[in-house]
Design a protein around this ligand. Structure first.
Ligand code: FMN
Length: 192
């Protein structure tokens, strides 16, 4: 079935959360951007390595000059794909900090996950952040998830064919969900 691409809508924001210069989850983020492009979906990559973000203190951090621009990108997104490493059976601290800094901009957004992990046993590790996004910000979690370990990548650290297929499926699911939610929002607006 062809994916539903809402090309009149806002871009899908792919947030690359690893701070490691040789990151595998960054390769997932790049591949997700390519998959979105192949679908004809507008997208933007936000690489946390390129942003000087403060640690959230719940107060002065919000005055930092980077907060306005990154919050604006989250706010403007039709959907957000989080590409993150798994650290200590969770996503890394950088993505948690990013969510703390950008807060309410996540409200009602569809959110999908792509994770790079060291082994198979941390498969459920994004559930804490997913729950927080659902309960704090009423995010819609894309019911498809990409989890990858070293064996899923080629020797050049690119996603292998099976991993690339799963990334394409996530891109389709995220754009479908974004389009469906936009349709519902438009319908509500017309009804009033
Ligand atoms: C501090 C730290 C904690 C980690 N914890 C886990 C873990 O709980 N489960 C796991 O499967 N891999 C774990 N790993 C391995 C990373 O998930 C793996 O190296 C992954 O490729 C990191 O993503 P990145 O390459 O995008 O930085 C950990 C690595 C580090 C550095």
């Amino acid at each position: 079935m062809n994916p539903v691409v809402d090309d009149a809508g806002a871009p899908v924001l792919v947030v690359s959360c690893s701070l490691n210069p040789a990151s595998r989850s960054h390769a997932l983020a790049v591949a997700a951007g390519e998959a979105l492009g192949a679908l004809g979906a507008r997208h933007e990559l936000l690489d946390l390595r390129e942003w000087d973000l403060p640690i959230c203190d719940g107060k002065a951090c919000y005055d930092h000059p980077s907060i306005g621009p990154v919050t604006g990108k989250v706010d403007a997104a039709a959907a957000i794909l989080i590409a993150s490493p798994v650290y200590n059976y969770d996503l890394n601290a950088a993505v948690k900090n990013f969510v703390e800094l950008t807060g309410q901009a996540w409200a009602e957004k569809p959110v999908g996950f792509l994770c790079a992990a060291g082994g198979q046993r941390s498969y459920m590790s994004p559930i804490g952040l997913a729950n927080s996004l659902m309960f704090d910000f009423r995010c819609h979690i894309v019911p498809r998830y990409v989890y990858a370990t070293k064996d899923d990548f080629t020797p050049r650290q690119e996603p292998g064919p099976e991993l690339a297929r799963r990334i394409r499926q996530l891109a389709e699911a995220a754009t479908d969900l974004a389009a469906a939610l936009r349709w519902a929002a438009d319908r509500r607006t017309q009804a009033v």
